[in-house]
Design a protein around this ligand. Structure first.
Ligand SMILES: [Zn+2]
Ligand SMILES: [Zn+2]
Ligand SMILES: [Zn+2]
Length: 791
């Protein structure tokens, strides 16, 4: 029998104590409880561990020294996928002295939130096993996993989370797997998707019609990739399309099949060393890349690489991720004999369509995109795209939150305590969120809701999160835009279920998201630089200065509105915004400027000029996104957006290549008070840029001047307010804060003014964060009915 702590202590005569610990962070579904069990046995601590709604609860009984050793070991030996945020300790009454340490079933309320964990990259132990020639059951086995790694969210069908409730239900464990699964000291103790070569799903290579190719699937797939063919590879949350990254013909063909002419493609690297040959990574970037979430990390590209030009044309960064499934590693083990250590790995879908994740889509949707498909019979329950993060300074910027992060709940401050609810987000980069017990569970990135398949995925995702997290919404939060499909859905849903609707203004949702994430509950200033969002006055906003709390806001400033000729057409045709900027800067004679003829042809020029001078079909908007579009077109960097945000990305890339500008920025903008709002007018800057572009000034220098002026103008607006009010905190949000250069320039200027700058941490600054902001604002409003701190 194992010696109990009390028995030991009676000998040593030290007092016995018992403590309860609440441990928060990413501590569920990552092998934390088995680790505690092993440590407790090693250190001779009695007690128990179980999951609760907010993390893990443990009790331990022993001497003070033993308990301290137990907690210290917990920190140092935590599984790679675990992140301990906080451990709080509370002394409690002693129990039976012969108590053994046990793993208890989770409490009822915990089942929902505790056990639905994010998908994790393969761990070092499993990787060693699949390469170990002596390991008969797992050598070369492509679906190896353990409690520290493997699929979770992508395979779960229902709660409570156990094997029968996953897509592994049909695979009975062999006796060896069963023994591992039942042994508390084993790395596979309660690893629900565990399997081996003898009992688990098997890999197959299919041709594009879906017929099996009778060869070793990994070897044959690697040979096809080496020849330059496109192979669909089943990943954790869906299919990727893989192709050699160094073969221009192959990459160009992939682009053609996907109808994706220009948007950058991500790369999968065999190792960190392979990634370092392609991009410059900061220490934080390397940490992200090698983390269990294993996102795509966007980092500045190395000048000379083997990567084909059409992988990321015109970009100063490359998106890289590391092999994160056993299949990826087994493929690279074959490919490296041909010197290939990086593959293009792009999502398996046609342009703007949701990710393909079902084998039934072969031949169908997937068959037209590839030459062969490397798949297996472990089903994917729901599509989960790769997450995308910029390796930015001073800290990373998350652009897309999906695999590896979802569905880990995101905490909200106590002022948001309210009944359970649902937030339906915006329309582009759609995500949804359910709210429960002071936390929001933000869904994976879903995409553009105006695509019918994406809208179906949106509805599925709502049903899915409500079921997995046991949420029966008692309210529903939505955007104010009456035309958004999400708004229309919310209205119908509220009527059907008889629950209140809570409209949250788009830019307030951005502000509430960044405040809630930083747990700032007092009112603050918020600069929201965004594409477009529906304002409370029925106009289109997007360059806003707010006084905002999580619950409430007041608009106090904006960019001077620009006319958008043809409204939404401007989003795809930046040359239209450029003409509008010229009209605002030079008046009705602007068509005489030679630069107009570089922007578009004569008939379109006259057509749009007539719109601008008459005001017909022109929508005024303070959008920052359209300003970036117009300037990019003016500088000849991008006149048509072939993908969303192509023009702003081109503008940032051009500026990033240039040095800092030494011009007198103060002359390039004006601040005024209009309609009770501080207004930023960039007309002088537009004149300078038009002059520079007309006189062959380098576009990069002009792009830098634009970034610096915009940052200086916002900082000047904040300086005025800091003098007048006692507000010293400035929150930054909106899609334009995916621009690292602008974010950095503005942050530095604000900090020089003595302001505390709040940026996003784990929620995207773009519309992928709107649902979280809506959940925060709506729950805070329900909690604080009547008070209005921003008035
Ligand atoms: Zn593992
Ligand atoms: Zn087995
Ligand atoms: Zn937005």
């Amino acid at each position: 029998m194992v010696e109990t702590s009390s028995m030991q202590q009676e000998r040593q005569n030290e007092p016995i104590v018992r403590c309860r610990w609440q441990i928060t962070g990413r501590v569920q579904g990552v092998g934390f409880r088995p680790l505690m069990y092993r440590l407790a046995n090693r250190i001779h601590v009695g007690g128990a561990v179980w999951n609760d709604a907010k993390g893990v609860i443990a009790e331990g009984q022993g001497t003070r020294r033993q308990l301290d050793e137990f907690i210290a070991a917990l920190r140092t030996e935590a599984p790679a996928a675990a992140v301990i945020r906080q451990i709080t300790e509370q002394p409690i009454a002693l129990h039976n002295e012969n108590e053994q340490f046990e793993i208890r079933r989770s409490s009822e309320s915990a089942v929902a939130t505790a056990e639905v964990a994010a998908d994790l990259a393969i761990c070092p132990d499993c990787l060693a096993e699949i390469r170990d020639p002596a390991n008969i059951r797992r050598r070369g086995y492509a679906l190896t996993n353990c409690t520290h790694c493997g699929p979770r969210f992508s395979i779960i069908r229902a709660v409570p989370y156990d094997r029968a409730a996953t897509t592994m239900a049909d695979f009975a464990m062999c006796p060896a797997c069963r023994a591992e699964y039942e042994a508390p000291i084993d790395r596979r103790f309660h690893a629900q998707p565990t399997a081996c070569r003898d009992c688990g799903p098997q890999l197959r290579l299919l041709d594009r019609q879906g017929s099996e190719i009778d060869e070793d699937a990994i070897v044959a797939a690697a040979q096809r990739l080496t020849r330059g063919e496109i192979v669909a590879v089943k990943g954790i949350g869906g299919f990727h399309l893989a192709v050699r990254a160094d073969n221009e013909t192959a990459v160009a063909r992939l682009r053609q099949l996907k109808h994706r002419p220009a948007k950058p493609l991500a790369l999968l690297c065999a190792s960190l060393i392979a990634a370092r040959r392609l991009v410059f990574l900061s220490p934080a970037g390397e940490t992200l890349l090698t983390s269990a979430a294993a996102p795509i990390v966007l980092a500045r590209r190395v000048a000379i690489t083997v990567i084909a030009p059409s992988v990321a044309p015109g970009q100063h960064r490359l998106g890289v991720m590391l092999a994160y499934t056993p299949i990826h590693h087994l493929l690279f083990d074959q490919l490296q004999t041909s010197g290939i250590d990086a593959l293009v790995m792009t999502s398996g879908n046609d342009v703007d369509e949701p990710l393909v994740f079902e084998d039934a889509d072969l031949p169908g949707r997937l068959g037209d995109l590839c030459d062969a498909a490397l798949t297996h019979d472990r089903l994917i329950q729901r599509a989960v795209d790769d997450s995308v993060v910029i390796d930015a300074l001073p800290e990373p910027i998350i652009l897309r939150r999906a695999r590896g992060y979802v569905p880990t709940p995101i905490a909200l401050p106590p002022m948001c305590d309210a009944a359970p609810g649902l937030a339906v987000g915006a329309e582009m980069k759609s995500t949804v969120a359910v709210y429960r017990d002071g936390q929001a569970v933000l869904s994976q990135h879903l995409g553009n809701l105006t695509r019918p398949r994406t809208f179906e995925a949106f509805k599925r995702s709502i049903a899915d999160l409500c079921e997995l997290f046991a949420v029966t919404p008692r309210w529903i939060a939505h955007d104010l835009h009456p035309g958004y499909l999400s708004t229309q859905f919310a209205r119908q849903w509220a009527a059907q279920h008889n629950v209140p609707l809570i409209g949250v203004q788009h830019h307030h949702a951005h502000a509430a998201a960044v405040l809630a994430e930083n747990e700032v509950t007092r009112p603050a200033l918020a600069i929201i630089c965004d594409g477009t969002g529906y304002g409370t006055d029925g106009t289109i906003w997007g360059g806003e200065l707010l006084i905002a709390s999580i619950a409430d806001f007041r608009r106090i400033g904006r960019l001077r509105p620009l006319l958008l000729p043809g409204g939404d057409a401007c989003a795809k045709q930046p040359w239209r915004s450029a003409l509008s900027l010229l009209y605002a800067a030079f008046g009705a004679d602007f068509t005489r400027l030679p630069i107009c003829r570089e922007l578009t042809d004569e008939s379109q020029l006259q057509f749009v000029a007539n719109m601008l001078t008459s005001g017909v079909s022109c929508i005024p908007s303070s959008s920052t996104g359209r300003l970036f579009d117009g300037v990019a077109a003016l500088l000849g960097l991008c006149r048509r957006n072939r993908f969303e945000a192509e023009a702003p990305m081109a503008l940032e890339a051009a500026a990033a290549e240039a040095g800092h500008s030494a011009r007198l920025l103060r002359e390039a903008y004006r601040l005024s008070e209009t309609d009770g709002l501080i207004e930023i007018d960039l007309t002088p800057l537009v004149r300078m840029l038009a002059y520079g572009a007309g006189h062959a000034c380098p576009a990069g220098d002009l792009a830098m001047l634009f970034h610096e002026t915009l940052a200086a103008a916002w900082a000047a607006a904040i300086e005025r307010l800091i003098q007048k009010t006692d507000l010293r905190t400035v929150a930054l949000s909106g899609g334009v804060f995916c621009n690292e250069l602008f974010t950095g320039l503005l942050t530095r200027r604000l900090e020089q003014l003595g302001a505390e700058v709040l940026r996003h941490r784990g929620v995207p600054p773009n519309d992928g964060g709107i649902a979280y902001g809506q959940a925060a604002a709506a729950s805070a409003r329900l909690n604080h009915q009547g008070s209005s701190p921003c008035a």
